[in-house]
Design a protein around this ligand. Sequence first.
Ligand code: ADP
Ligand code: MG
Length: 240
Amino acid sequence: MKKIIETKDIKKTYRMGAEEVQALKSVSIEVNKGEYVAFMGPSGSGKSTLMNIIGCLDTPTSGIYILNGKDVSDMSENELAEIRNKEIGFVFQTFNLLPRASCLENVALPLIYAGYGKAEREEKAFQALKNVGLGDRVNHKPNELSGGQRQRVAIARALVNDPSIILADEPTGNLDSKTSYDIMELFHELHQKGNTIIMVTHEDDIAHYAHRIVRLRDGLVESDTVNPNPTRGKTVAAIG
Ligand code: ADP
Ligand code: MG
């Protein structure tokens, strides 16, 4: 199994004036290519902080982070931005779509940074939307879609660059339970295709789709266990 993520004794301290918060006290974890992992734990336990470091949106105060064989601990902001664009697809609780842009434009956005021409961007974005079952919504604006459809647009955007890792922080946090399960079906399918997925969730039944569950508490890994019987998805085609 190829190691894709390795953190060694990662610490993160936030300073706000005289106050210090130790969001991560010491986190050492490894994730192999193709794994499907859920991060759980109470609010404030450090889940988002760890996801942001893994996604190169933030850097640890100390410790080593190796992503895809590269030590990213001491990289410049430019180098980190490049890695983010190439290696990571982000999915957020609040979707983070541009409200005035069409679905196609939203999904094509990461391809602008990656340097593709317009025709190629539109073709790739269209394919990505088709892959999440939204091939007939390319010209819609986000506010013309349901919450689940918006999250699927965000997932298409996360995948359009063919990243090695998908990071999803509470991806179903703003969705009703039926729609949440639809999104989990999609994640299941992505995992089947070989994508590496890490998601943060509060909900046991959502976490149960993952094949491994890491629990954080007070900035430490409290437990890290294999899920012997992950929830199996239907196929996206069956969702309609
Ligand atoms: P979780 O996602 O598990 O709820 P977070 O990683 O968001 O936890 O937060 C961990 C701790 O770090 C919390 O005490 C939180 O208040 C603090 N924290 C998170 N982000 C910041 C920040 N940008 N500045 C200061 N403190 C922060
Ligand atoms: Mg969080």
